[in-house]
Write a new protein. Structure first.
Length: 162
């Protein structure tokens, strides 16, 4: 199972989608890398995140915006947050995090890391580093999209009521 790229954020994914739409809904990977001042190696995690979220499809060296990606670009800022929040629920680690909140009401990153490890999902072999990476991913995506809140005192993530 693929893991969600650790150093990608929502603004990068939306910016990528906007650029592809502005180029006619299809872009060549090397041209994208050049325009974004990235190497192909640096661009790949961003493309992977956008693909996992259903925003783009990869066709050889072409990146093609999906209907979902187009609706994301054409949406208001608030609606973009809602669309991304819904999309991340289909991708690990967010799917398992949501399941934990549904079952327990809250979870720590360590609990989530242990649950994901049982499924064979890890970002790093070192347990502490794996938890640290997972924490950054959750903060970057779930707090911003208002899926979860984070309580620094208890170190628990909780589902935000909509």
């Amino acid at each position: 199972m693929e893991v969600f790229p650790q150093e990608v954020n929502m603004a990068q994914v939306i910016g990528l989608a906007e650029l592809i739409v502005s180029w006619g809904k299809r872009a060549d990977m090397p041209k994208l890398a050049h325009e974004l001042h990235m190497s192909i190696q640096t661009l790949l995690p961003l493309l992977n995140a956008a693909h996992l979220l259903g925003i783009v499809n990869i066709d050889g060296s072409d990146v093609v915006i999906t209907p979902f990606g187009l609706s994301l670009v054409e949406s208001s800022r608030n609606n973009r947050v809602n669309l991304i929040r819904d999309a991340i629920l289909n991708v690990e680690p967010f799917r398992t995090a949501y399941k934990l909140t549904s079952e327990k009401g809250e979870f720590t990153v360590k609990e989530l890391a242990e649950e994901l490890a049982r499924k064979g999902i890890r970002w790093d072999h070192d347990e502490d580093e794996n938890v640290s990476v997972l924490f950054r991913i959750l903060m970057r995506w779930t707090v911003y999209t208002k899926l979860f809140s984070y309580d620094g005192r208890s170190q628990n993530f909780r589902l935000l009521e909509s």
